[in-house]
Design a protein around this ligand. Structure first.
Ligand code: ADP
Ligand code: ADP
Length: 225
């Protein structure tokens, strides 16, 4: 289990500073929520941790190592996007296998890992289906399986439940949390839903306009808007 530490991170798009001196430590194995209104910089920070955005200054450490100059595919970090971004022309099995094939995993190991990931998310019997034959919740599980099959040290989730209806969202929240607990992966979860953060997170950061306003466990945070 690894920690993720942001030290005095600043990032600007053009001349607008979107992350303003962010300092934040996520402890090994934590389920950590980034909560804040739309436009507060949550996704930007997540993409920065994944390596898709580069900070203008400050440091990013994973497991105590500065990974600022490590390209995204060399970081041991998995990210699930809001849109899931599944390949429509590939079966569930092939979607989940894709990242392993890219990493030259083949044969029996490939099969075992894909099967294991599908089992973890309860989709073993859907391996031969295509994404458009699945419900929103099932697609969300495929996206999760495709990411955890890589066995990342850090899991980044960018509003992964926002496309689901309310009942399913509440159910998937619990599934996600129990999966995270079983795997013990340090997880950073972006949401603008206060209740979602409060009911799942070990700790959370409240962001607004590129600033971390508060960090704490759901029970010891001050009131926030
Ligand atoms: P959140 O995830 O909290 O909704 P974002 O990180 O997506 O916030 O966006 C933070 C701010 O950065 C917003 O004002 C947004 O308009 C701006 N922004 C995000 N991505 C880009 C980009 N690629 N180019 C320019 N501005 C961007
Ligand atoms: P080969 O080794 O001949 O290439 P595989 O058995 O590895 O064939 O896979 C052929 C296709 O069958 C894959 O692309 C995948 O879509 C599907 N597949 C493989 N194993 C499973 C499985 N356990 N469950 C569902 N589909 C599978």
């Amino acid at each position: 289990k690894v920690s993720v530490e942001c030290r005095n991170i600043r990032l600007s798009y053009d001349r607008t500073e979107v992350l303003k001196n962010i300092s934040l430590t996520v402890e090994p194995g934590e389920f950590f929520a980034l909560l804040g209104p739309s436009g507060s910089g949550k996704s930007t920070l997540l993409r920065l941790i994944a390596g898709f955005n580069q900070q203008n200054s400050g440091e990013l450490l994973v497991d105590g190592q500065n990974i600022g100059s490590v390209p995204p595919h060399k970081r041991n970090i998995g990210m699930v996007f809001q849109s899931y971004a599944l390949w429509p022309h590939m079966t569930v099995w092939d979607n989940v296998a894709f990242g392993l094939v890219e990493r030259k995993v083949r044969g029996a190991e490939l099969k075992a890992r894909v099967a294991g990931a599908l089992e973890l998310v309860g989709l073993s019997q859907y391996a031969k289906r295509y994404p458009n034959e699945l419900s929103g919740g099932q697609q969300q599980r495929v996206a999760l399986a495709r990411t955890i099959v890589i066995e990342p040290q850090v899991l980044l989730l960018d509003e992964p439940l926002s496309n689901l209806d309310r009942n399913l969202r509440v159910q998937m929240r619990q599934e996600l949390l129990s999966l995270q607990r079983r795997l013990g992966i340090t997880t950073i979860f972006v949401t603008h839903d206060q209740e979602e953060a409060m009911t799942t997170a070990d700790r959370m950061a409240v962001m607004d306009q590129g600033v971390v306003q508060q960090v704490g466990s759901p029970s010891n945070l001050f009131d926030f808007p």
